[in-house]
Write a protein that binds this ligand. Structure first.
Ligand code: HEC
Ligand code: HEC
Length: 364
């Protein structure tokens, strides 16, 4: 045997051996992932649980995002100078310390204006089929332009917001790194499209995986208690699941509020009708996500209750025409509390200083 052949055979042999060893590691890893429940990357494997046919699916963990863009989007989310007063940020009404909402019946905006509707959470908002209670923005990018220019919210306008960013060299640098130097210096500089794109990229990372219920879905039997499991069974049997299902436990359809009985507490907010102008869309709203629901009181678009038990009773009465017993309600509430997941851990961003050309805050 010449040396060439010998080396080829040795190479082939070691390739086979390495493969066998790798395979056995892979098998060991798989069996290990059934033991206990860690947090983080390990949960993202392709392990198929017998519970994968349940009408609710776990939030997938995704690490696949553009880090620089997300960092910029985070700065903008916390950037008070995007508001006319230089004081209000996205985080003012979507506080990431409190479940991505403001826990107020309706938000306080520019000049202490009270908004007309309860602010939904930004957590997991990418799971929504569209944004806003009436779905008037098709995605997060389209949504993000709204509040900056809304006179009741941040009170600014897109030109002003962009001119603030353009006056700060660090922002010009960051935008040009992400959206292209040529466009930035040769063209018109920062534009609102890039601002909303970066904010949306940040919002897409605001997911809350690893809720106890998700661990149960991934086959960790003890992740939820017997009572919470009974609550889930009731949630399915009574019919809540018809509207609140999928990864977000909602967010994937528009439904009438008042299916079984007209909702009489707020006859003024017309919901989806405002978008479509179709009679059948009166009082139709996007079904809210029930993820982290225990953190985001008060409930409903009109904030008609602060009490999750009462919210469940209202749903049973107006959506299903049912009266639940107290024990049924408390079980369903116990189940709903298992939907709270890992909250995004945010390192508070440090923002660059204004310059002589930065438009000054205006509280009028
Ligand atoms: C003054 C309070 C306020 C500010 C500031 C504010 N929002 Fe909102 N946000 C709301 C309210 C209220 C709604 C619901 C409005 C509606 O549905 O008609 C909402 C809706 C949303 C939604 C849709 C969520 C869903 O489930 O439909 C997203 C996403 C969002 N805001 C992100 C942002 C971003 C990004 C910013 C900053 C650029 C921002 N908000 C600034 C109050 C505010
Ligand atoms: C026919 C569809 C439908 C059914 C069935 C249904 N819901 Fe809802 N649910 C909705 C809609 C639509 C809303 C938003 C109503 C609004 O505020 O305009 C909502 C809102 C909620 C909220 C408040 C969410 C928030 O963020 O304010 C909770 C909690 C809730 N539902 C739980 C339940 C429970 C528990 C059941 C079963 C007893 C149930 N739902 C049955 C459609 C439904």
């Amino acid at each position: 045997m010449n040396l060439g052949k010998f080396t080829t055979i040795i190479c082939l042999l070691s390739f086979v051996v390495i493969n066998i060893v790798m395979l056995s590691f892979a098998i060991a890893d798989e069996s290990q992932s059934r033991v206990g429940y860690g947090r983080g990357g390990r949960m993202s494997g392709s392990f198929k649980s017998p519970r994968s046919d349940e009408p609710i699916q776990p939030i997938p963990i995704s690490f696949d995002y553009n880090r620089a863009k997300v960092e910029l989007g985070k700065k903008l989310f916390f950037e008070p100078r995007l508001s006319k007063s230089g004081w209000i940020t996205c985080n003012s009404c979507h506080n990431l310390s409190t479940g991505g909402a403001d826990n107020l019946p309706s938000s306080i905006g520019h000049k202490w204006f009270l908004g007309p509707i309860n602010s939904p959470t930004v957590l997991n908002s990418k799971l929504n089929l569209a944004q806003f209670w009436d779905g008037r923005a098709k995605d997060l990018k389209e949504q993000a332009g709204g509040p900056i220019a809304n006179p009741l919210e941040m009170g600014s306008n897109h030109e002003l917001a962009v001119s603030v960013l353009q006056s700060i060299p660090e922002y010009v640098q960051w935008f040009s790194e992400i959206y292209g130097l040529e466009e930035m210096y040769g063209g018109e500089g920062i534009n609102i499209d890039q601002v909303t794109d970066a904010i949306a990229a940040f919002e897409e990372t605001l997911i809350t995986p690893n809720a106890r219920f998700d661990l149960w879905l991934k086959d960790y039997d003890n992740a939820i208690s017997e009572l919470e499991k009974e609550g889930y069974d009731l949630f399915k049997e009574k019919g809540c699941i018809a509207c609140h299902n999928g990864v977000g436990v909602g967010g994937n359809s528009y439904q009438k509020f008042g299916m079984a009985k007209p909702y009489d507490k707020d006859p003024h907010t017309l919901g989806r009708y405002n978008v479509t102008k179709k009679e059948k869309d009166k009082y139709v709203f996007k079904v809210p996500l029930l993820r982290n629901i225990e953190l985001t009181a008060p409930y409903f678009h009109d904030a008609s209750t602060w009490d999750l038990s009462e919210a469940v009773n209202i749903m049973a009465e107006y959506q299903l025409g049912l009266t639940l017993t107290d024990s049924e309600v408390s079980k369903i509430v116990a189940f709903l509390r298992t939907l709270t997941g890992d909250q995004p851990s945010i390192i508070f961003p440090i923002l660059p200083p204004s310059t002589a050309t930065t438009p000054e805050p205006n509280r009028n």
